[in-house]
Design a protein around this ligand. Structure first.
Ligand SMILES: NC(=O)c1ccc[n+]([C@@H]2O[C@H](COP(=O)([O-])OP(=O)(O)OC[C@H]3O[C@@H](n4cnc5c(N)ncnc54)[C@H](OP(=O)(O)O)[C@@H]3O)[C@@H](O)[C@H]2O)c1
Length: 139
């Protein structure tokens, strides 16, 4: 069983690029993913894709520069999944929620941690076309 199995992972900026690829990968490895970005069209499509592949995903519109939106995202994740284990702060700027989440025992990946975190994911990932493409794109 993967160490990520059943973990609740909230991902900001999850609708494209690194965020979406991370969501797909972690969902395949058994994580329950909470997806956030401003535009919900791509979030809806990604959540459906993950669900149809047997994974668990939920999404909420999110603008990380608005503290109320971030709080709403966190509240929705906690309402749906009961907790958040890991926050991947992929979209960058964050307001006030992460400090309180860290105090509550949530593992928070800050923007500064992003490159290292994604690198670690690649290290443990099965090599597939999606990951090879993204690894190339991110150098
Ligand atoms: N790609 C690289 O080579 C690279 C290298 C180092 C660091 N990074 C960092 O990694 C992160 C992701 O990069 P990427 O290449 O995957 O970018 P991307 O493909 O442009 O994806 C950005 C994601 O963030 C969302 N987003 C943008 N502004 C947002 C906001 N205010 N609130 C919530 N979501 C927001 C976008 O969706 P919406 O527009 O719908 O909100 C999208 O889902 C960025 O922080 C970037 O600076 C990237």
């Amino acid at each position: 069983m993967s160490g990520i199995q059943d973990k609740v992972v909230a991902i900001t900026g999850a609708s494209s690029g690194i965020g979406a690829a991370t969501a797909r990968l972690l969902a395949r490895r058994g994580a329950r993913v909470m997806l956030g970005a401003r535009g919900i069209g791509r979030l809806d499509a990604l959540a459906r894709e993950i669900t149809e592949a047997g994974g668990t995903a939920h999404y909420q519109a999110l603008d990380v520069v608005r503290p109320a939106s971030m709080q709403n995202f966190i509240d929705e994740a906690q309402a749906v999944f009961g907790r958040i284990d890991i926050l991947i702060d992929n979209a960058g700027a964050m307001a006030t929620a992460p400090a309180r989440l860290a105090d509550a025992g949530v593992t928070v990946f800050s923007p500064e941690d992003l490159a290292r975190a994604v690198g670690a994911i690649f290290e443990f990932a099965e090599v597939d076309t999606e990951m090879e493409t993204l690894a190339t794109a991110t150098g």
